[in-house]
Design a protein around this ligand. Structure first.
Ligand SMILES: Cc1cc2nc3c(=O)[nH]c(=O)nc-3n(C[C@H](O)[C@H](O)[C@H](O)COP(=O)(O)O)c2cc1C
Length: 356
């Protein structure tokens, strides 16, 4: 599949997820294979234009993640155009616009899914960006704002005409948030109507779901929560799509993933060779608070990662009470690498499968 001039080796994509799809996580998923594109966490256009350090960090990526799409949010055409130029200056392959976020703190600023309520204005934003940059612009939207306004088809056509190179639709409305299920029929209908690639998002938890959603005009599939539970899901989907038996993932490999994630987070910005990380400017990294930050990141990931595995809630509780990196490593080691010593594997508890 091609988005503008960017060729994707696989139609399976790591969905943008605020707080979750940081560069370290994206790298690890990418290393397992099957992943055609990664999208960053959403980044504020305002923060990018003003050069706010924290915002710029969200936009960082490393060479091995390519092709990489940086997702921005905002509602002001001029600022979005300027932010797209910052993204282009960072060397990203694609700039994605968030028109799906239902969170009030984003939506009330005329950004995120609010843009779906003003389709004409949304197209103006894309038009301004298209004039400002050469890299492909993509748009991620929902089915609509609410059931009375399921206007993804109309908005998708408008942004296509304004210069977007692809759109992604998460087939739920903003009002639905994560309730109900994603409407993939809508995604297919829009895909058949548009000349640019249409990708879909929503509810792919098993590798088979990812593969089944392709086709019917749908060019690619973004996986969000499924990749947080199982970072191998894209590789397994690629196996299935190629007619192979999906690779099995051992408990040891699952533990190793967390240990590597801890290591990558700890090393972020430390002792990296010049050019390793694409940053907007060179600035010293504060070591202070890093341990706390890594612990919080592990807690956030384990809230998802622990679902669907036996005794996952034990892992969650223990990770949530860890107070040092050393302790975190020991918990992971015991749970995944030496389960026979932990005792917690003896009584599977039928861990809840719901993930929102
Ligand atoms: C924790 C979390 C954070 C998310 N952050 C973003 C975001 O920053 N930008 C965005 O466009 N979508 C975001 N999403 C939505 C996902 O990209 C995806 O469209 C949605 O979760 C449905 O797909 P899934 O069922 O595969 O998770 C987020 C979802 C989750 C669960």
């Amino acid at each position: 599949m091609k988005i503008g001039s960017v060729q994707l080796a696989s139609p399976f994509v790591v969905a943008p997820m605020a707080g979750m799809t940081d560069s370290a996580f994206r790298r690890l998923v990418k290393r397992h294979g099957g992943c055609g594109l990664v999208v960053t966490e959403m980044v504020s256009s305002e923060g990018l234009v003003r050069g706010i350090d924290r915002t710029l960090e969200y936009a960082e990526y490393t060479e091995e993640e390519r092709p990489v799409s940086i997702q921005i949010f905002g509602g002001d055409p001029e600022k979005m155009a300027a932010a797209a130029q910052v993204v282009e200056g960072l060397g990203a392959d694609i700039v994605d616009v968030n028109m799906g976020c239902p969170v009030p703190k984003i939506a009330k600023h005329n950004a995120g899914c609010s843009l779906m309520r003003e389709p004409e204005h949304a197209a103006t934003v894309i038009n301004a960006m298209a004039k400002a940059v050469k890299i492909p612009i993509t748009v991620k939207m929902r089915a609509g704002w609410n059931d009375r306004s399921r206007n993804a088809a109309d908005l998708a056509r408008r942004v296509q005409d304004a210069g977007a190179a692809a759109v992604t639709i998460h087939g739920r409305t903003a009002e639905q948030s994560y309730s109900g299920s994603a409407d993939w029929t809508l995604v297919s209908d829009v895909a058949r109507d548009l000349a640019i690639p249409v990708l879909g998002s929503g509810d792919c938890i098993e590798p088979s779901h990812v593969v089944e959603r392709l086709g019917g005009g749908v060019s690619g599939v973004l996986v969000g929560r499924g990749v947080l539970r199982n970072p191998w899901i894209l590789a397994q989907a690629a196996d299935l799509a190629a007619g192979r038996t999906p690779r099995e993932v051992t408990l040891r490999e699952r533990g190793q993933f967390l240990l590597e994630y801890i290591d990558l987070l700890l090393r972020e910005g430390v002792d990296e060779s010049a050019g390793f990380r694409h940053v907007a400017d060179i600035r010293p990294r504060e070591a202070k608070g890093r341990e706390r930050w890594v612990i919080n990141k592990l807690r956030a990931l384990c809230a998802w990662y622990s679902k669907g595995i036996d005794c996952g809630s034990h892992l969650r509780i223990r990770v949530n009470s860890a107070t040092s990196i050393q302790e975190l490593r020991e918990i992971v080691d015991e749970f995944f690498l030496r389960p026979e010593t932990a005792g917690h594997m003896l009584a599977p508890e039928g861990d809840a499968q719901s993930y929102v």
